[in-house]
Design a binder for this molecule. Structure first.
Ligand SMILES: Cc1cc2nc3c(=O)[nH]c(=O)nc-3n(C[C@H](O)[C@H](O)[C@H](O)COP(=O)(O)OP(=O)(O)OC[C@H]3O[C@@H](n4cnc5c(N)ncnc54)[C@H](O)[C@@H]3O)c2cc1C
Length: 357
């Protein structure tokens, strides 16, 4: 019998007698709470043996496929085909290695698809551009996160909103504290300046209902169709913590790069735009620690942060790993594939002072 009192500060839940608090109501906190309940109900989630990022990707893909079959777009998940272009064949080959056998219909683009009168794009024939095609699931944050939250609430998980100053603050009250605070996960863990860095990103939501395929050029000039609009982006400004609004230069830069690929986008209307800071880290941190609250009570911390630009692609997979640590389940599937932990550096970085207001 599952008793629920998971706190997401996010959420609180009690699972198998453990009182669990999850800090963070982003995709990682919500996915971790979901995975804890999924595993508590059905322990035997298994996947083929892979590297750690591939395993996280596989487990996420499997969850998205399950949601797609059961709820379709109501879960914020969509099945979308599309193309990635790059002048670097090696970059595209690394995509094949990472997920070519996981996604559907993965293949290289042919010459007529890339160049000439029947081509999909507006590339000059003298470029050395290569391309791939595949079909996969997207999860749209603005729909996917509220969907997960609603499902968790229906299962009895309680949510509250407050700023947590330290992990110990919750350790006095809970047996397990999950640190899924994104960029600030590093700050709470004493792991900010050395390993964490904000990566500024911009997305522009446009009205282009005919656009049904995603298109990436080198992972920075992109469109992704979502349920009622299309996201166009982006920038990847590592270490940048401003400006925190979308600027005229951002829009000019993104639009001009994208219009070179698909001139029709000079005619689209902008619906909205936003700036976000990806939680950059040299590697995703999924780790367990025993800490002491007020020098007496021991409690467990499970860290799950630092997903950079891949929180949605890897999120449920890393959540399953974190949930196994929370529930003390066997970790044989992760043996030999988890990189050595990074050394901690708790110097407070400049970006913390600016962004943590
Ligand atoms: C422009 C852009 C494009 C992106 N595109 C993609 C993509 O195509 N694919 C992909 O997989 N990913 C993408 N990402 C990356 C993805 O968004 C991130 O990896 C993901 O959002 C990280 O999720 P998170 O839950 O770790 O962090 P967040 O979403 O930042 O959530 C952290 C949560 O912790 C809370 N919190 C923080 N500190 C405290 C505290 N002290 N007390 C209480 N609560 C606290 C915050 O309020 C928040 O709710 C993109 C990001 C951006 C900005």
């Amino acid at each position: 019998m599952l008793r629920l009192s998971l706190l997401l500060l996010g959420a609180f839940l009690t699972v198998n007698g453990l009182r669990v608090a999850v800090i963070g109501e982003g995709v990682i906190g919500l996915s971790t709470a979901t995975a804890i309940l999924d595993l508590a109900e059905k322990e035997n989630i298994t996947a083929p043996r892979l590297g750690n990022q591939q395993k996280y990707g596989y487990d996420t893909f499997e969850k998205l496929a399950t949601l797609w079959r059961e709820y379709g777009g109501l879960s914020g998940v969509q099945l979308v085909s599309g193309h990635i272009l790059s002048d670097s064949k090696a970059k595209l080959d690394s995509q094949r290695v990472a997920y070519g056998s996981l996604v559907y219909n993965y293949r290289d683009l042919t010459e007529p698809e890339l160049f000439g009168p029947t081509s999909l794009f507006d590339l000059p024939r003298n470029t050395t551009t290569h391309g791939i095609h595949y079909t996969a699931y997207t999860s749209e944050g603005l729909r996917f996160c509220p969907f997960l939250k609603k499902e968790l609430m229906a299962k009895g998980v309680r949510f509250t909103q407050r700023k947590i100053q330290s992990l110990e603050e919750l350790g006095a009250e809970f047996d397990v504290v999950v640190n899924a605070a994104g960029l600030f996960g590093g700050v709470l863990a004493g792991d900010d300046a050395g390993n964490m860095t904000p990566i500024r990103g911009v997305l522009i939501r446009v009205d282009a209902p005919w656009h049904k395929h995603f298109l990436y050029r080198d992972f920075s000039t992109i469109t992704i169709p979502v349920i009622d609009s299309v996201y166009m982006g982006t920038v990847k400004q590592e270490g940048a913590y401003g400006p925190s609004n979308v600027t005229f230069d951002d829009i000019q830069d993104i639009t001009s790069r994208y219009v070179e690929l698909q001139p029709s986008f000079k005619r689209v209307h902008m619906l909205s735009s936003f700036v976000g800071y990806r939680p950059g880290r040299k590697q995703v941190r999924v780790e367990k620690q025993i800490r002491e609250a007020h020098g007496t009570k021991k409690f467990t911390v499970v860290h799950n942060y630092g997903h950079g630009g891949n929180g949605f692609t890897l999120g449920y997979g890393s959540a399953v790993h974190a949930a196994r640590l929370v529930l003390d389940l066997p970790l044989t599937e992760y043996e030999g594939i988890i990189p050595e932990p990074l050394s901690m550096n708790s110097t407070v970085a400049d970006w913390v002072r600016v962004l943590d207001d």
